[in-house]
Write a protein that binds this ligand. Structure first.
Ligand code: GAL
Length: 356
C-alpha cells in the first residue's frame, strides 16, 4: 500500500514541477490522499454481547436482531451464552474484556452476581448496558428493558377482571432475575383491592418461584399445589409463557386446562397456540426487534463516547439511579392476538392457528 503511494506521489510531484495542475487542486488532492490512508486504519467498534441463556424462545431473536443492527452500524459483535450459569457468564465476560471489546451488553443470569462484570469492565474503562434485566449492587451505564412492573400488573389485572373471586396461585420467575421481582410487585398491585376485600385467597404462600424459569420446575410446583389444595384453584398467575406451559401441563393432568385461568409473557408460539385453543388465557407481547435495535444503537453510541438517545428516565437499582430506556409491552388475548402479534410479524397466522 505505502510503496504504491510513494510512486503515485513521485509521479504527482513530477507533474507539479512541470506546472501542469493549479496549486489548490494539488493541495486538495494531497488531503484526500491523507484522509484515505487514515480511513482504512480506523478501528471497528467491538461489542461484547453476553447472554444468560438461549433456551427460552425469545433470546435467539434478541441476539439476531441485535447483531443485525450493530453490524448495520459498522460494529462487530462477540456473542456468548452462559447456559444459565452466572459464574460461567462472569468468566466469559472477563475473556471478552481481554479480547478488547469497547462496550458490553449483558443479559445477566443473576442480578447480583453480575455486579462483578460491571466492576471489571469499569476498571478497564468499558461501559456496560444491562439488557432486559437490571444489574444490581453496581452502576451499569444504561438499563434498557420493557416496563416489567407494568407487565406483572397486566398479567394479574387480566385474570382478576375475568375471575374477580376465588383461589389464586402466584408462580414467580427465577429469583435471581430482577425482573421476576418487578413482575411480582406489579401482580400484587393489580390484586390488592381483591385481596383487601377478601374476594381472592392465595392457596399457596408467595414463595413459589420457577428456578431458572424452568417449565419443568413450574410443572412440579403446580402439581404439588394442586394436590395440596385438592385442585381448588381458579387462577394461576404465571410470569412467562415457558413456565405457563409447565403450569398448563399440570392442569391437563387433572383435566383442568381451559377451566383455570393462566397468564403468561413473551408471546411464544406455543403460548399463542394455547391462547387460540383456550388453555392459556393471556400473554404479554414485547416487540423484541425494538429493544434489540435500541440497545445496538445505544452500545455504538456509548463506544463512541456519545450520549444515548432516548435514555429519558432513570431507574434505581438499589445502589443508584441508572439512566434507562423503558419500552411498552402489550396485553394480548385471543381477541387482539392477530392485531398485536401477527400484524407485527412476530408469528405467522398459519403458525398460530396451526393451519399450515
Ligand atoms: C425475563 C424476561 C422474560 C422471560 C424470562 C425468561 O427476564 O424478561 O421475557 O422470558 O426472562 O428468560
Amino acid at each position: 500500500m505505502y510503496g504504491k503511494t510513494s510512486q503515485i506521489l513521485n509521479k504527482f510531484w513530477n507533474t507539479i514541477i512541470v506546472g501542469m495542475i493549479p496549486l489548490n487542486i494539488a493541495v486538495m488532492f494531497c488531503s484526500v490522499m491523507l484522509l484515505g490512508c487514515a480511513d482504512t486504519s480506523e478501528k471497528k467498534i467491538k461489542i461484547g454481547l453476553s447472554i444468560s441463556s438461549l433456551r427460552v424462545e425469545r433470546w435467539p431473536k434478541d441476539r439476531d436482531h441485535f447483531v443485525a443492527e450493530a453490524e448495520k452500524l459498522g460494529a462487530e459483535v462477540i456473542v456468548q451464552s452462559a447456559d444459565e450459569d452466572e459464574r460461567k457468564q462472569n468468566e466469559q465476560v472477563e475473556n471478552m474484556i481481554t479480547q478488547g471489546v469497547d462496550v458490553l451488553v449483558v443479559i445477566p443470569q443473576d442480578s447480583v452476581a453480575s455486579a462483578q462484570i460491571v466492576k471489571a469492565a469499569h476498571a478497564e474503562g468499558i461501559k456496560v448496558i444491562a439488557y432486559d434485566r437490571m444489574i444490581r449492587e453496581s452502576e451499569p451505564d444504561l438499563y434498557i428493558s420493557f416496563d416489567n412492573e407494568r407487565i406483572g400488573y397486566m398479567q394479574a389485572e387480566y385474570l382478576i377482571k375475568h375471575k374477580p373471586k376465588g383461589n389464586y396461585f402466584l408462580l414467580g420467575g427465577d429469583p435471581g432475575d430482577n425482573n421476576a421481582h418487578l413482575l411480582r410487585k406489579g401482580q400484587l398491585r393489580a390484586l390488592q383491592n381483591a385481596i383487601d376485600n377478601g374476594d381472592i385467597k392465595f392457596v399457596a404462600d408467595q414463595k413459589h418461584w420457577a428456578v431458572k424459569w424452568d417449565p419443568l420446575d413450574a410443572l412440579n410446583k403446580t402439581e404439588q399445589v394442586l394436590t395440596q389444595t385438592n385442585n381448588q384453584i381458579d387462577a394461576i398467575v404465571a410470569s412467562n409463557d415457558g413456565t405457563a406451559g409447565g403450569v398448563i401441563q399440570a392442569l391437563q393432568g387433572q383435566k383442568l386446562d381451559g377451566k383455570v385461568l393462566v397468564s403468561g409473557q413473551d408471546a411464544d408460539i406455543a403460548a399463542c397456540q394455547r391462547i387460540v385453543k383456550g388453555t392459556q388465557t393471556m400473554t404479554v407481547y414485547k416487540p423484541i426487534e425494538h429493544i434489540a435495535k435500541e440497545a445496538a444503537q445505544a452500545a455504538v453510541a456509548l463506544a463512541k463516547g456519545e450520549t444515548v438517545q432516548n435514555a429519558d428516565q432513570t431507574i434505581n437499582n438499589g445502589t443508584t439511579d441508572i439512566p434507562s430506556i423503558l419500552l411498552t409491552p402489550f396485553q394480548v388475548d385471543k381477541d387482539n392476538l392477530d392485531d398485536v402479534v401477527i400484524k407485527d410479524g412476530f408469528h405467522t397466522r398459519e403458525k398460530v392457528y396451526q393451519t399450515e
